[in-house]
Design a protein around this ligand. Structure first.
Ligand SMILES: *[C@@H]1O[C@H](CO)[C@@H](O)[C@H](O)[C@H]1NC(C)=O
Ligand SMILES: *[C@@H]1O[C@H](CO)[C@@H](O)[C@H](O)[C@H]1NC(C)=O
Length: 419
């Protein structure tokens, strides 16, 4: 086949391939997903890999292998709402949207989720409509925050793991109305990224709320004496059986308890009613009054219109351009001239050197030169045989030559010591 023919075929094939690609509808939209969430309780939405993978047109046969990443944002906004966070450990795992809405987030939030197939760059979109409803009883007054050392945040988000965690918490807190308020990666609280060693995890803070008071065991673990022991690097004062082990490793030194300012003491610790005045040694946190954002100088007045600055007058850039170009050029020219002058005009030459050298020295010099030349010439025409005395072994009287290296078989028969 001739070259132009080949080229034409190739171009046709490329066009056909490109056309079929462009004809594919490469963006599918899944039906909306409606969920509801209560204030003061953790909200977790799993972005199912399988759901999106089925929606991709290609790569369905090698199930499980397609890497998928997600991107989620509030509709008409670049990012997620403040209370919602997103995590996906790697493209072969499901992603999670999680967070704890507060009373200020009541209402409907439309989250747009876009899934990317990292092999084919196909995308699939889905809208997630989250309705935040107020919790019936308000916020639970007693809140304890546990630091789980041996987990990453996405490992505590599945509902099964959360239930196991709550059962374990009930073992030390002794109430059955416990629920998880918030889950936070320790990295978001100044924790360190773990070394890439098998079994090292980031750590997760889990905040659990209840309407019942803390058990004596929790109170003891958060008491000042216990904190003091922790600061000395000793074990905290934990009197109860650790029902979290072996699933979860709780860092008891990082336990924080939040309770109403005057908590009723636990009946098991103070059986006599008169003794109940003793204040508990709890770490008491007042309701956080975080200062709102402070408006800086660049913020518009309410209702004011943005007045863009007028166009800057065109500037004359020619002088600057000339200076930038001409000054280095002039310096380079100067240096060139200087070098040229040194090399051409200040050159002294052989005659001047000869004039300044004494005659006897010059004669000495030329003789050495000519002698060397002569010796070289003689060496090149040397073609007689090598003198015998320069050979390795030579008997002067007989003229016999001996191999200086005896053969190995001879050497083996000669005894080392004469008998
Ligand atoms: C949940 O945890 C995140 C991260 O620490 C924090 O920003 C958020 O305020 C918490 N939400 C509630 C309701 O405590
Ligand atoms: C746990 O608490 C100790 C001090 O009590 C602190 O130094 C450490 O950073 C905390 N760990 C994490 C992961 O926050």
């Amino acid at each position: 086949m001739e070259a132009p023919e080949l080229l034409r075929l190739w171009v046709l094939a490329a066009v056909a391939l490109g056309g079929s690609r462009a004809a594919l509808p490469d963006h599918r939209v899944l039906p909306d997903d409606r969920v509801s969430s209560k204030t003061g309780a953790i909200f977790v939405h799993k972005l199912e890999r399988e759901l999106f993978q089925e929606a991709f047109l290609t790569g369905r046969e090698d199930d499980g292998a397609t890497p998928i990443t997600f991107q989620a944002h509030l509709r008409d906004h670049p990012d997620l709402p403040r209370w919602l966070r997103y995590i996906q450990r790697d493209p072969h795992q499901s992603g999670y949207l999680y967070g704890c809405p507060t009373a200020t987030e009541l209402g409907t939030h439309t989250i747009e989720v876009l899934a990317y197939n990292r092999h084919t760059y196909e995308t699939v979109a889905q809208r997630l409509i989250v309705t935040v409803i107020p919790a019936p009883g308000g916020e639970p007054p007693y809140q304890g925050e546990f630091l789980v050392g041996n987990r990453n945040v996405e490992e505590l988000l599945p509902v099964a793991t959360r239930n196991i965690f709550l059962q374990a918490t009930a073992g030390v807190w002794e109430w059955d109305d416990l629920h998880i308020i918030n889950i936070t990666s320790a990295l978001d609280r100044g924790g360190r990224v773990p070394l890439p060693i098998e079994g090292r995890k980031e750590g997760v803070y889990v905040k659990v709320g209840s309407w019942g008071t803390f058990s004596p065991c929790l109170v003891a673990a958060a008491s000042p004496e216990s904190r003091f022991r922790c600061s000395l690097g000793q074990q905290p004062l934990a009197s109860c059986y650790d029902t979290f082990a072996p699933h979860f490793t709780i860092r008891w030194c990082n336990l924080t308890l939040v309770s109403p300012t005057c908590p009723p003491p636990h009946p098991m610790k103070h059986p006599h009613p008169l003794l109940t005045i003793t204040p508990l040694q709890l770490q008491v946190w007042p309701n956080p009054t975080t200062p709102g954002p402070v408006w800086g100088s660049g913020v518009l007045e309410e209702g004011g219109d943005f007045q863009p600055p007028t166009d800057a007058p065109p500037q004359d850039l020619l002088p600057g351009y000339l200076v930038t170009l001409l000054v280095p050029l002039a310096v380079a020219m100067l240096l060139c001239l200087l070098l040229g002058h040194l090399m051409c005009c200040r050159r002294e030459g052989v005659q001047k050197r000869d004039l300044e050298t004494s005659d006897i020295q010059l004669v000495h010099h030329t003789t050495i030169h000519s002698d060397t030349e002569e010796l070289r010439h003689m060496a090149s025409s040397r073609d007689g045989p090598r003198p015998l005395s320069t050979l390795p072994m030579f008997n002067v009287r007989t003229g016999q030559r001996i191999n200086p290296m005896p053969t190995p078989s001879d050497g083996a028969r000669v005894p080392l010591l004469p008998p």
